[in-house]
Design a protein around this ligand. Sequence first.
Ligand SMILES: [Zn+2]
Ligand SMILES: [Zn+2]
Length: 290
Amino acid sequence: MSLRSWRNSLVLVAGLTLTVAAASSCSSKETPATGSGADSGAPASNQPPVSTLFSKSITSVTVEIDYAPGAEPYVGTVKDFGDPWSLFNTNVLAIFDGKKTISFPRTLAKMEKLDDVPAKNFSNQDILDVAAAHRTEPQYSDAVAFYIVFLDGYWLDESGTEQKKVLGVSIGDTGVIGMFKPAISVPALNPTPPTELIEKIALLHFFGHAIGFVDNGVPVGPANQAHIDTENPHHCTNPSCVMSFANESPAGAAKYIIAAGMKSFGPETAVFGQECLSDARLLETKQLGQ
Ligand SMILES: [Zn+2]
Ligand SMILES: [Zn+2]
């Protein structure tokens, strides 16, 4: 289905969809907070702290992307939308107010295929093991790198339980993000937004955790306290912000796109809310003063 016809088919059910979304947020405890808490047991890494990331000395941000066979990231354009990687680029630039250079691969040829990573479920430690074996982009005094790996399996939470409705995970302060392709690629709603867009919304959500949102390294400004989600740590209460907790699940991310789609969702759409971006600007300003 093209994005346009998908949009049109959703207009009539929009009211219903929003009602369902509001109701499901009450039961959010059914889904564990994957977030990126400091309590994830992640070992120390050489990932620079968020305060360094936002400092003036860091002029570029590199995102390394690897994938397991069968879990290839979506590449190329989506009908009536454009290139979803442009959405990623637009919004990573927005985090840094356009002050840093952002680089990441947009073709599979420039991402690394990991032939030794099988189809299976992954715990945080399993993902860190993949990163230890395959992460190659180093940290520099003027550049910070993140590592994203697309996996052909679901997340195993801290209790070892398979979580089929979790799109990804950002692991502590390691700069490592795991993306769970089977959770991404199976449409959660009918009609559904293109899963290519769900993938990029999820990626932006978990990248948001990795760079320190919300109160996960980037402090929350005095005027922004209301956007702290007290039920789901490190999430944003603004439902139109990509850092809202719902975006960890396929249905939540799909509903997010539906809501945004009615305001002409495209590669230039800002998905981080004003509160999250304000926190980023406050940290940046603080770093300049030091
Ligand atoms: Zn999250
Ligand atoms: Zn936000």
